[in-house]
Design a protein around this ligand. Structure first.
Ligand code: SF4
Length: 142
């Protein structure tokens, strides 16, 4: 029996402050950053225990400067998906994500503008989109 996906809440602060945010993340929220060494250790243990995938969420994970290297490590072990608001993809970040193009790392980003009646994260998820570092880099060069 597989143990499923292990989720890492890597940090709780966010550059946005959505009123429907399940984790009450916002720019001035306590960061509560999960230590990189702890993530690496837990990921190795998860592989041993039979987990089949990783998930990374927050807060906004890409506020962490070490996120590209963390994703490279997680993606070298198991398929990994990252939930992001997609607002921080600068040229510099896309360059840092380029090495992930050959790894099973996917990005999922919701619409930042939910319908006026959307007050829950489940409603937000209904409009989520998927992408990968490869497609983001390709989109940039279009
Ligand atoms: S972008 Fe996501 S994590 Fe950030 S405040 Fe909005 S719902 Fe919360």
């Amino acid at each position: 029996m597989s143990a499923g996906r292990l989720w890492f809440y890597t940090n709780y602060h966010c550059n946005l402050a959505c009123r429907y945010c399940l984790t009450e993340s916002r720019p001035d929220a306590p960061r509560r950053t999960l230590d990189a060494d702890a993530i690496v250790a837990a990921a190795g243990e998860a592989v041993t225990l039979g987990f089949t995938a990783f998930g990374v969420t927050g807060g906004e994970p890409f506020l962490r400067p070490d996120m590209p290297s963390l994703l490279a490590h997680l993606g070298s072990l198991l398929p990994t998906v990252v939930l992001t608001n997609g607002t921080l993809f600068t040229e510099r970040l896309l360059d840092a994500l380029r090495p992930l193009a050959s790894l099973p790392v996917g990005l999922r980003y919701p619409s930042i503008a939910p319908s006026p009646t959307s007050t829950t994260r489940s409603a937000q998820r209904a409009t989520s989109q998927k992408s990968s570092p490869r497609s983001l880099v390709a989109a940039r060069s279009d």
